[in-house]
Design a protein around this ligand. Structure first.
Ligand SMILES: [Zn+2]
Length: 298
């Protein structure tokens, strides 16, 4: 039986429910996937992709930008011609997403921590505390040795800009290829790949350690596990661990913002809630209700 008062009150809108649950929570663990960025307009298909990559789409028939970013390009010069434009679009020049602002302002009233499978710049451009976000799949703005010969990541935004400015026929000049200072192999984007994995740097492990400390210090009490826009491609990173932790803490609650309904494990079904409204609208409305102060139990 749930001890969350909000769940006992009937005839509430989804935003009223979410605002009430957030107000009741002792702590919030937030998992964020591609659906949240997509709801804010950072989509990987359609006009946003077609406007930035007409030449690559004509050559390879790509249908979406994520698929394209994982493609095995015919040369390193071509790889970086694509990736430099991808990094500018999804990292360096990414605008602020309204949902990210709404969520941050709510979370700042509570103990919270975030884990995300997204590699875009949405958190940093929305001014999140860098000590409270764990990018478990890497970040588009960072590079790693393509041989993974050592555990360090690198970043050079100016060189990305030069790659964009100086590329011709979908190839950057050979001498702009960024190279590993240890083994001289070309760099690649620091993004986890199903076969190769990714370079996990000391900073990655520091992020992981902060997240683990937060989880350890909130093993009991009314912990809200809030999952936003997470599909089922890599459930091992967020979805499955969240469900396991909710099962382990009888006071915890699992809330999933997703337009698709996924099967929920039986032991936590009573302490789970799926909110299927568009997440951008839902967070906007939740923010409005939350700060009006008419939520219960504040
Ligand atoms: Zn190397």
């Amino acid at each position: 039986m749930s001890m969350w008062q909000t769940l006992k009150q009937e005839e509430k809108t989804q935003a009223e429910q979410l605002a009430g649950l957030l107000a009741e929570a002792d702590a919030v663990v937030v998992g964020i996937g591609a659906g949240m960025s997509a709801a804010d307009g950072f989509t990987y298909i359609g006009p946003r992709f077609e406007a930035a990559f007409p030449d690559f789409i004509a050559k390879y028939g790509f249908l979406d930008m994520l698929q394209a970013s994982l493609f095995d390009f015919e040369s390193t010069e071509e790889y970086w011609a694509f990736q430099s434009r991808f990094v500018a679009l999804n990292y360096l020049d990414q605008p602020v997403g309204a949902s990210y602002i709404h969520l941050r302002e709510i979370l700042e009233t509570k103990p919270y921590h975030i884990i995300t499978t997204n590699a875009d710049n949405a958190f940093w451009v929305a001014d999140y505390d860098r000590n409270k976000v764990f990018h478990i799949q890497g970040e588009y703005g960072l590079w790693q040795c393509s041989r993974h010969c050592h555990d360090q990541t690198y970043r050079d935004d100016d060189l990305i800009r030069r790659m964009i400015a100086e590329q011709v026929n979908m190839k950057i000049p050979y001498d702009l290829i960024p190279r590993c200072p240890v083994c001289d192999a070309p760099f690649e984007i620091n993004k986890r790949n199903a076969e190769k994995g990714m370079v996990e740097s000391p900073d990655f492990f520091a992020q992981k350690a902060r997240y683990d400390v937060f989880l350890e210090s909130h093993q009991t009490g009314k912990v809200l596990y809030l999952e936003i826009g997470i599909g089922f491609t890599t459930p091992q990173f967020i979805k499955t661990p969240f469900q396991t932790r909710v099962q382990q803490n009888p006071q915890a609650l699992y809330v999933c913002l997703n337009q698709k309904h996924y099967r929920l494990p039986l032991p936590i079904r009573e302490r789970s809630l799926t909110l299927a409204e568009d997440s951008a609208q839902l967070l906007k409305e939740t923010h409005r209700i939350y700060f009006k102060g008419d939520t219960p139990c504040t």
